[in-house]
Design a protein around this ligand. Sequence first.
Ligand code: GRF
Length: 218
Amino acid sequence: MAKQRVAVLISGRGSNMMALIEAAKEPSYPAEIVLVVSNQPDAAGLALAQGEGVPSAIVDHRPYGKDRAAFERLLQDTLEEHRVELVCLAGFMRLLTPGFVLRWHGRMLNIHPSLLPLFPGLDPHGQALQAGVKISGATVHFVIPEADAGPIVAQAAVAVCESDSAETLAERVLAVEHRLYPLALALVAGGRVQMVGNRCRVDGAHHDVDAALIVPEI
Ligand code: GRF
């Protein structure tokens, strides 16, 4: 099967982007990262992508002001130029219009650092601490017009510690994000994920059904 051509969209640090680039170096990985796009000209991730020899593009949203459609036309053209088949949002801090999202329906993924549908939007770790949950984590999902929602491909759980701040929790969740996103992309690019309504069915999914993360352990 031909490798799926993937673009990673970023706005900043790009650590998830790097995890995807690293994973895609494996010859048997079903996707290749053919493009990194940033809407922020000074995103740190751009230099990382360049260092890896991955083509990158800046599609700056600012000249377009409130005209999201015009910004997205340029984004779409850039993706088409590189014959992109799948899009991975990785810390991409722009809301996309329903028109753009629906165009990429079933072909665009996002990672969010909470166990969705809990704590969508800004400051998910602060929200998790505020709610007092004992377990949080990360979610990779297909993108739908509603932000931080859509059929869930894969999730990873992390224990919340008594002493956690939003920063320490974010750090531990980020470490599992870097394992989760490459796994989820491999499943999607490998044709193993079927969207059924608002859910995903994953072919050949296996896990230890008896394994439980119990917090706290006493
Ligand atoms: C990650 O926590 C991701 O889940 C969220 O934004 C952060 C991006 O970090 N959407 P990075 O740019 O991938 O390092």
